[in-house]
Ligand binder design. Structure first.
Ligand SMILES: [Zn+2]
Length: 280
């Protein structure tokens, strides 16, 4: 349920007290979501918190600019483009206080595998989520891991294939695979959540400067023992790459999973149950 609250906002141009100008332009500085007139970064707030108020900002901005003389401002021109392209699930996660990784470090690549059909089920499992969100406690370790990786390989970047997954999204995934051969590989939400459902786990690999994943021996989400971290019958290059990923993630505070080289937990399942809540 979305509650819409209308507010009064300042016009784009206001009377200035500066000796050099009669008018000043309000600091609509834009945000990472592409809202040209977003106040969020100026006010050091998360854009989603201002999501509803932005719309009125834009309307005012558009109105004000139409009565201004030409060339009177150098700020971006108003437009009727969408306010931003965040998914509904992303806005929902924002509202609960989870953190969009891209907003913290845009050098980290995100390519959610369940938002595409080329995952192990061959089906689209995320109906709209395309952003990587994590619990705030997992953000600093993740940024640290990216920093450690770049210290060793400035051209490399972490690439996220899955992160926070709310329970209602888990339910949607379950509905897609229920009764099929793949149902054994998606956990039934009725049995409680895994660390992804707390926003405390991340599926991750390394991309090169072109954005391509470097060899790791198997694809992310490969089903089989080749995905085990102690499996050594892969190329030397892949072994070294796996080692690099595990080293930077561990050094930054994550735990690796012996059966999936790409999966990292921030805490144990026990600690998650005691100290955190699954995302509804
Ligand atoms: Zn995982």
């Amino acid at each position: 349920m979305v509650k819409i609250q209308e507010i009064e906002v300042k016009p784009v141009m206001t009377k200035s007290n500066l000796p050099v100008a009669d008018l000043s332009v309000n600091p609509y500085v834009g945000c990472l979501h592409g809202c040209k007139y977003c106040y969020a970064s100026f006010m050091k707030l998360t854009c989603a918190l201002l999501f509803l108020t932005l719309y009125s900002c834009q309307l005012h901005a558009r109105q004000d600019i139409t009565v201004m003389p030409e060339d009177s401002i150098t700020q971006p021109q108003p437009s009727v483009e969408p306010l931003h392209e965040l998914s509904h699930t992303a806005l929902y996660l924002d509202s609960l206080g989870y953190v969009n990784v891209m907003e913290q470090d845009s050098s980290i690549r995100v390519s959610l595998m369940y938002a595409r059909e080329d995952n192990f089920t061959g089906k689209l499992l995320y109906q709209d989520l395309k952003e990587a969100y994590l619990h705030p406690d997992a953000i600093a370790p993740l940024l640290r891991a990216q920093q450690l990786l770049r210290q060793r390989h400035p051209d490399y970047s972490l690439i996220i294939f899955d992160a926070a997954r709310p329970m209602h999204v888990q339910q949607q995934m379950w509905e897609v695979v229920k009764g099929t051969r793949q149902q054994n590989y998606v956990s039934n939400p009725a049995h409680g959540g895994g660390l992804h459902n707390y926003g405390l786990a991340v599926d991750i690999s390394i991309a090169n400067a072109e954005g391509d994943t470097i060899p790791m021996g198997t694809k992310v989400d490969h089903l089989g023992r080749e995905a085990n971290t102690d499996y050594t019958a892969i190329s030397q290059e892949a072994l070294q790459n796996r080692r690099l990923l595990i080293q930077v993630m561990r050094q930054a505070g994550f735990r690796s999973l012996p059966t999936e080289w790409w999966h990292f937990n921030l805490v144990s399942r026990q600690t998650a149950k005691e100290k955190y809540r699954v995302i509804p």
